[in-house]
Write a protein of this length. Sequence first.
Length: 263
Amino acid sequence: MENLPVELPIDLADFEPGSVWLVGAGPGDPGLLTIAGLHAMQSADVIVYDALVGAGILKLAAAGTELIHAGKRGGRPSPRQQDISDQLVALAKDGKRVLRLKGGDPFVFGRGAEECLHLARAGVPFRIVPGITAGVGGLAYAGIPMTTRGSNIAVTFITGHTAKGEVPDNLDWPALAAGSPVLIFYMGATHLARIADELIEAGRPADELVALISRATLPDQRVVETRLDRCAEDLKAAALSPPTLIVVGPVVAMREQLNWLDL
């Protein structure tokens, strides 16, 4: 794929030297990058990108742009968050247009807010460019609607682990189980057995439909349809690659008719 110098008949914000833009790259498919995100990639002097930003998206950067990997992955050696934040400040103070490129949306279960607070304290101007979060884009590519008029009027996004890699200990499982017909867990594959047990104990039916979406929106996306009481076993048997979304609720049943990728 060649670089794409794009000229659009709309006014886009100037990417000023000495500033940082935090851009959501979306869930993986380069086509889901926003126009503002593409504009930032074509304007940046340096791109500091995280582990979930794929090569297809990085190819959209302007020729000669400096690319710096700053990805954090659970259980693997990763840069310290403090070092990443300090690097953003240093690059901006050096007069560069700094693009912090993050998978999904910068403010959905990421460290975007932490980085913005650090920039604000350092007096570095910044801008947020939202991205399509995996819980939206991933379900769409799996043929699963988040909501329908006949199934649910609420949907809940939940992180499956804390910064320390554990299941959040402050989740009110009974309230969660009763309050939202559709639950979407990010980063929960490692703890899926406990998540399923907690939900069943809190009142969700053991035979409730579950979808496991691996590498959502990418060419090697895989989806396993299962049920709550055996989803952890099916996840292990399928050997799904991370990242994996977990969808619980009646909307999973609609995949049989809406799985447009396989039509």
